[in-house]
Design a protein around this ligand. Structure first.
Ligand code: 4NP
Length: 153
């Protein structure tokens, strides 16, 4: 069983999409996928309607998700913690208790562009074009992540 946590700032735009997209590509019996935010402004809220809408166009339903904050215990609960940008990376690494915790944290775009440390841009203050872009980047990254999980025992 591989346990994966997707992390962004608000847990309403990027990481809910990453969660929904990855869930659509992996075998459920082999994988747990969840998401969280480093901030708490949107606790308990459903994903942003622009994220819900772009996911729906691809037949992915993310309306059941509810925003929550990243917790220290998440280092114990998950094998891999994919962060959306370098700011999320700094925020999560700052909470790590040891090297083992730190080694679980990865920038999601490094799956497509290894070692380039690129950001999935925060689409919150932009229009729907930003969400389409975010979706396409996450779709490609999640394809790579899913292939690794699905071929792994
Ligand atoms: P997310 O986007 O990190 O992709 O969920 C954001 C959502 C809300 C805020 C910032 C980013 N905010 O400042 O409220």
């Amino acid at each position: 069983m591989t346990k994966i946590l997707m992390v962004c700032l608000g847990n309403i735009c990027r990481s809910p999409l990453a969660e929904g997209i990855l869930k659509s590509k992996v075998f459920g019996f082999k994988t747990i996928v969840d998401s969280a935010g480093t901030g708490e402004y949107h606790k308990g809220e459903k994903p942003d309607k622009r994220s819900i809408s772009i996911a729906k166009k691809k037949n992915i339903d993310i309306t059941g998700q509810s925003a929550r904050k990243f917790l220290i215990e998440d280092f114990d609960k998950f094998d891999l913690i994919y962060v959306m940008d370098n700011s999320n990376y700094e925020n999560v690494i700052a909470l790590a208790r040891n090297e083992d915790d730190k080694s679980k944290v990865k920038l999601i775009l490094n799956e497509i562009f290894p070692n380039e440390n690129l950001d999935i841009p925060d689409p919150y203050y932009g229009g729907s074009f930003g969400f389409k872009n975010v979706y396409n980047m996450l779709d490609e990254a999640c394809d790579i992540i899913a292939k690794k999980i699905n071929s792994n025992g």
